[in-house]
Design a protein around this ligand. Structure first.
Ligand code: ATP
Ligand code: MG
Length: 582
């Protein structure tokens, strides 16, 4: 490819709406252009990268025994009704109607479709196990599309689905996919950590996310981990707490004035107590219904855990206005700082739900809000002054330093970008959709399913997060849009041009994807673009050629050496050949 013909417009400035490095660099280096919120054009350089990621995924999935197919992007409502997800999947599901008024959706994931394909074709245990996958665009109307390709609304995903006759079979395939994922990300130049996670809208019991660990804002997940190997997303992490004083010193239960104690800190200061003797009440709205969460006041609620505890699909903290309303409807007048469970019954015709975190169940003589402004109950106990909710669950957000549930050592925390996710679905889809096979004993049974996703576009962006410097991207050779660039410093210098063209031809002849920068531009401009776009190798033909030398630069390490043109070509050819043999 000749740089003068390459379809790429690099920008001088970073885009103003970009917050994270991969978004900034991919736009500035001419890889992507925004079309609508969370929807991007993949320009030629990006498409080359994406195809390479796809091919690595394809090779490893095929060699793990999976078979590729392609399902439609648009899906009919009926199948989603069969699985029960038409109602359950929230606003992320982009619903639409065709000209006949039939309801459809843009596929955010394909469990329903693949299950219907399986039930039409896989009738006997003899045909199982099977693993089917596709690489395709997905659409999720994300609440907060941001960070460029890391969280788009339309994005490319590889999704695979396995069908087995038993849990043992599923366990085996899960491990098989785990191994394939490890290889895939390694080949893309990414180090990943597999962490336990919540299964979210996909469902199922066991699931692991493959995280690229980063200390930047691009890591939207907190990962808690321990040297012993335990690692979990914050939405799934558990911990043991060091012992704490969880009983107050009051000799009797009473209501006392606590003026202006709107925060836990103010309440602690006023009463001269530790937060570990306070039961904090927080109001959430889960699928439009208020849910009051009770937790020891030194700890925070993990929203996904709370949502799962009440089997909800969508959660948010209640607004001040809603809290005021809930109070009023139930005959109280108090704000956020004074809420308590007692006496709160209904809202908008729905029964208010209560969830107690594990931390509160053994507390005694505690302090708690009683829905009266500037007052609290002190010396309260469950069962006498206030009832412990029936639903007790772990809804607590783990903090670093709490103790590892497996070995007891303090947990550490880091941030991660989720690039892949594997799930054990069991019969979550096959049972309601009546997707069954006939077993060896002649009985019909639902398939035991697993599903396995990789964000293709997110993986490419995560690679930029992991491989860049202040000058631009440092693509790993395996997914770089081109392997090398040859730069003649002066296109007017005949010798430089000739050597550059010769090197370029040699590279192409040996299967290297090379670009020659034949533009009549200053050398500085060419170097800047080469660094920004992130070619793994740069061969510069300049004045040194009068002594038979070219400048050879490795982008990842920024190492520069002056070597013979044939040696430079040889290094690149060997690296690319080795890559192909992997
Ligand atoms: P997240 O928690 O980041 O929203 P998810 O857990 O909902 O993602 P999955 O349903 O597990 O996503 O999808 C499989 C993979 O698809 C993810 O591991 C991720 O790599 C990718 N992916 C999911 N949502 C997006 C998105 N909005 N933009 C880009 N890639 C995405
Ligand atoms: Mg996921």
């Amino acid at each position: 490819m000749r740089m003068s013909k390459l379809f790429v417009q690099t920008l001088r400035e970073f885009p103003s709406d970009a917050e994270v490095v991969s978004h900034k660099l991919l736009v500035r280096a001419g890889f992507i252009r925004k079309l609508a919120m969370g929807v991007y054009n993949y320009l030629p350089l990006m498409w080359r990268v994406l195809k390479k990621v796809e091919n690595i995924v394809r090779e490893e999935m095929d060699s793990a025994g999976a078979q590729e197919l392609l399902m439609p992007f648009v899906q009919p409502k009926e199948l989603w009704e069969e699985s029960g997800r038409w109602g359950a999947y929230g606003a992320e599901l982009m619903r639409l109607q065709d000209r006949h008024g039939r309801e459809m959706c843009l596929g955010p994931t394909h469990e329903e479709i693949i299950t219907s394909i399986a039930r039409d074709g896989l009738k006997s245990y003899k045909q199982l196990p099977v693993n089917l996958y596709q690489i395709q665009s997905k659409f999720r109307d994300e609440r907060r599309p941001r960070f460029g390709l890391l969280r788009g609304r339309e994005f490319i995903m590889k999704d695979a689905y396995s069908f087995d006759t038993s849990q043992e079979g599923l366990d085996k395939e899960y491990k098989n996919m785990w191994n394939a994922y490890t290889k895939i990300f390694k080949r893309c130049g990414l180090e990943t950590k597999a962490v336990q996670s919540d299964s979210g809208a996909i469902g199922g019991s066991v699931s692991h996310e493959f995280m690229v660990i980063t200390d930047t804002d691009a890591g939207e997940n907190d990962v808690f981990y321990c040297d012993c190997g335990y690692a979990a997303n914050s939405n799934h992490a558990i911990s043991n707490l060091p012992t704490a004083k969880t009983s107050g010193d009051w000799s009797k239960a009473e209501i006392i004035d606590t003026p202006n104690t709107h925060s836990i800190e103010e309440l602690c200061d006023f009463l001269k107590i530790e937060p570990t003797v306070i039961v904090k009440s927080l109001v959430y709205i889960v699928d439009k219904i208020p849910v009051i969460a009770l937790i020891r006041a030194d700890k925070a609620v993990e929203e996904t855990k709370l949502m799962n505890a009440v089997k909800g699909n969508d959660i948010r903290i209640a607004t001040a206005g809603e809290i005021e309303d809930i109070m009023k409807v139930n005959g109280f007048d108090a704000d956020r700082g004074f809420i308590g469970p007692k006496g709160l019954k209904e809202y908008n015709g729905e029964k208010i739900k209560f969830v107690a975190d594990e931390t509160v169940k053994d507390m005694k003589n505690f302090v708690i809000g009683i829905n009266k402004k500037d007052m609290h109950g002190v010396g309260y106990n469950w069962g006498s002054e206030v009832d412990l909710p029936e639903l007790i669950a772990d809804i607590r957000l783990v903090e670093a330093g709490e103790l590892c549930p497996e070995c007891g050592k303090p947990l550490k925390v880091t941030r991660g970008i989720e690039v892949g996710n594997i799930f054990q679905l069991g019969t979550k889809y096959s049972a309601p959709m009546n997707a069954v096979y006939t077993d060896i004993d002649g009985k019909t049974k639902p398939y035991v399913m697993g599903c396995y996703g990789i964000g293709i576009s997110r993986t490419a962006a995560a690679t930029v997060e992991a491989h860049h410097d202040e000058h631009g991207i440092k693509w790993p050779l395996a997914i770089a849009p081109y392997h090398a660039i040859v730069i003649p410093v002066s296109t007017k210098d005949e010798l430089q041009m000739k050597v550059a063209e010769d090197i370029y031809k040699t590279l192409i002849k040996h299967g290297v994807e090379a670009v020659i920068d034949d533009r009549d531009e200053r050398a500085g401009v060419k170097f800047k673009d080469a660094d920004l776009i992130g070619f793994p190798y740069r061969i510069t033909v300049g004045k040194g050629i009068s002594e038979g030398l070219v400048e050879f630069k490795v982008r990842e390490t920024e190492e520069i050496s002056n070597i013979k043109p044939e040696d430079a070509a040889e290094i690149v050819v060997t690296a690319v050949t080795n890559l192909k043999m992997k």
